[in-house]
Design a protein around this ligand. Structure first.
Ligand code: ADP
Ligand code: ZN
Ligand code: ZN
Length: 664
């Protein structure tokens, strides 16, 4: 018997697309269909059109319930990209496709939908008054000349100190793409950054711009997606998942702050939007611009191998100068509310001169632990191998790892002692201290606790810009992208955490963060000052950053990684497992390790995760490493089907992270 079968990728953990029988034709790849799956009805995407097959495999296929699109919603290039990502990240294609679609399009519409047809692109309205581009300075002109060379796929790493005019370069190149009748995709790391970037693109290109990020309603996201797909939106500015948006006339991809870890999705479909974007550019044969003041070691490595072109902006346009940076040696110094007297004095001086000050603290809450003075007990999370963080403003203890909350105890949980001391500095504590030191000026804290309410961040940013807020205390939320003209002093309250960390990327991150935070100072015409508090003023890597800046530090780190055999000199894949009973995850990963095959593949571990118990589950990890990406991919391809057969694989939860950013 022969019958017509088609392949549909469904949002469920199957490695392959499933066979169905056609119900109404035509059914083409990229169209959504409603199909039965077990007892449910789900929305899937056709990945192969119906074909006549010899149906002698004994499988009874079920028919498609309903076709949801009259023409492919997902065009061939994006379908290809999703297939590439599903293979590379070893994630089910149906789930990848679901992640690539805005929420409203993942659900079946109640009635027959109207046809979604690509409308012809509208000319970019030159509405009044789109701001004129700055005439490029000499350095920018050089970069623009290099970028204007005709050619197809080419990745350019634009390394430019903060405030050197990278965004101006993007705007010029986007304009050139629009002039050539093309669309442009601009990726940005976080919503915190988007308002300002969005504003600059809107100012320049008006209605041609649409934005796409998780802070928008589903409806708005879907509209932006459809507008890009139909060619009505010419410039899409979006976060991670925007990389999968159909753009039929795509001519340019820009990835701003390319080093930012938030391009990597940390759960479920663990893709790197930066890397997927580069693959998309390569496939479509178009230029990709990676921009950063602090490029990732991966991108610098690709430059040194001649894969990417390196373009630089070393100065700030006009009168702006890079800030002066100094380390404040904390050893033996009496701190007041976490601040050295010299830093407090510097805040006072800058305020007197009319400037604003930013104090950077990388921890939310009041204090990262609560200590019993009598016995040394530290308030623990009952569900994790971690301490509870004291949040004074909410009057609670919070676990930053599992989210559990508790009342602030009045007595020690071990000896009953009455004296509990908050230890360490969080944003709330620094804010408190500064309010006491500077009662006459407005001090505000900007972290994810403070800016939870919609619109709050924008309001605070506005009040910084109009200089109503004079002192700001912020987490890394403030480190990037924001451009505050009046900010003249940046104080880094604590760098030492990174220097002690076991994470192999900790120093790279520290260098990026310090450089980015420092870059917030002196964007106006007054020169900036940066003070970095540390107990380790002689630490070689901190010294290297002081002397040679991020580029010197990154050269040094690249050498170290080569010696250690770590990325970017090698490629990693991390298998994580967790289970309710202690030891089960580790036993499971031992079995997995025994199945690993392939030449040139190292298995490191398994070992218990650095924080073994989290949310009551015991976690372990196994690292696969190879200097050969293709060999590593091949090994994963052989390994994954074998994992399901391992006894006990159902009692553990496990996941694979290809090119992991965090090793825990
Ligand atoms: P980056 O993206 O590297 O941080 P921006 O593009 O935001 O830098 O530029 C920093 C500031 O300098 C902005 O206020 C921008 O308007 C201004 N600027 C950029 N290029 C020029 C130029 N050629 N002439 C004058 N001002 C410029
Ligand atoms: Zn005690
Ligand atoms: Zn916890």
């Amino acid at each position: 018997m022969t019958e017509q079968r088609l392949k549909v990728a469904v949002p469920a953990p199957f490695p392959e697309a499933l066979d169905y029988l056609p119900h109404e034709l035509p059914l083409e790849p990229g169209m959504r269909v409603q199909v039965p799956l077990g007892r449910r009805q789900v929305v899937g995407v056709v990945v192969r059109a119906p074909e006549w097959t010899e149906a002698d495999d004994g499988l009874r296929c079920r028919p498609v319930t309903r076709r949801l699109d009259d023409e492919p919603l997902i065009p061939a290039d994006v379908l290809w990209l999703c297939q590439w990502a599903a293979t590379y990240y070893r994630y089910p294609l149906g789930e990848v496709l679901a992640a690539a679609l805005p929420g409203t399009l993942r659900k079946a519409p109640p009635a027959r939908p109207r046809a979604v047809r690509a409308r012809p692109p509208r000319a970019v309205r030159s509405q009044a008054p789109p701001s004129a581009p700055h005439p490029p300075n000499a350095e920018q002109a050089q970069v623009l000349a290099a970028l204007a060379e005709p050619g197809d796929f080419q990745v350019s790493l634009l390394e430019g100190v903060t405030g050197s005019g990278k965004t101006e370069i993007y705007l010029h190149r986007v304009q050139a793409a629009l002039d050539a009748g093309k669309q442009a995709l601009v990726l940005t790391p976080e919503i915190g950054l988007t308002p300002q970037l969005e504003a600059r693109f809107r100012e320049r290109f008006g209605d041609a711009v649409a934005v796409f990020h998780s802070g928008l309603t589903e409806r708005t996201r879907a509209d932006a997606w459809q507008a890009a797909r139909a060619g009505r939106c010419r410039v899409l500015v979006g976060t991670r998942s925007a990389v999968f948006t159909p753009m039929p006339q795509l001519g340019l991809i820009v990835i701003d702050e390319e080093h930012d870890a938030s391009y990597k999705q940390q759960e479920g479909f663990r893709y790197s939007a930066r890397d997927v974007a580069i693959v998309r550019g390569q496939r479509a044969g178009l230029p990709v611009i990676l921009g950063s003041a602090t490029p990732s070691l991966e991108s610098l490595h690709n430059v040194s191998r001649g894969r990417y072109r390196h373009l630089r902006l070393a100065t700030r346009p006009g009168e702006r100068r890079l800030p002066k940076v100094r380390l404040l040696d904390l050893r033996g110094i009496k701190l007041r509310d976490g601040l050295a007297p010299e830093l407090a004095q510097a805040v006072a001086t800058h305020l007197e001169q009319g400037g604003q000050a930013l104090l950077f603290v990388n921890r939310r809450g009041y204090a990262p632990s609560l200590l019993c003075h009598d016995c040394g007990w530290l308030a623990p999370c009952p569900h994790c191998d971690a301490r509870m963080t004291l949040h004074r403003s909410r009057g609670r203890l919070l676990c930053h790892h599992c989210g559990s909350e508790a009342q602030v105890p009045l007595r020690c949980g071990s000896c009953g002692g009455p004296e509990l001391i908050p230890v360490g500095q969080g944003t709330e504590r620094i804010e408190d201290g500064l309010r006491r030191l500077f009662p006459d000026v407005r001090v505000e804290r900007i972290d994810s606790d403070r800016t939870r309410r919609a619109g709050e961040l924008e309001r605070l940013l506005g009040d910084i810009r109009n200089r109503d807020i004079r002192i700001l205390v912020g987490t890394q939320m403030l480190a990037k992208g924001h451009d505050f003209d009046g900010l003249t002093l940046v104080g880094v309250v604590d760098t030492d955490q990174a220097l002690y960390s076991a994470d192999f990327r900790a120093i790279e991150r520290m260098g990026q963060l310090l450089t980015q935070v420092a870059g917030r100072a002196g964007r106006g015409s007054v020169p900036g000052e940066v003070l970095v508090q540390t107990h380790q003023p002689d630490h070689p890597q901190l010294q290297c950053w002081m002397r040679e800046g991020y580029s010197g530090l990154s050269r040094r780190l690249l050498d170290e990684r080569r010696e250690m055999g770590f990325p970017p000199s090698a490629h990693l894949a991390l298998l994580r497992a967790d289970a309710l009973d202690a030891g089960a995850a580790l036993r499971f990963l031992r079995e997995v390790a025994a199945q690993i095959s392939g030449a040139g593949i190292d298995a490191l571990g398994p070992i218990p995760a650095p924080m073994e118990r989290r949310a009551n589950r015991f976690r372990a990890q196994l690292l696969l490493r190879s200097t050969d990406r293709v060999a590593l991919q091949g090994s994963l391809g052989q390994l994954l089907p074998r994992i399901a057969a391992i006894p006990g694989s159902r009692r553990v939860r496990w996941s694979l992270d290809v090119d992991p950013i965090d090793l825990y």
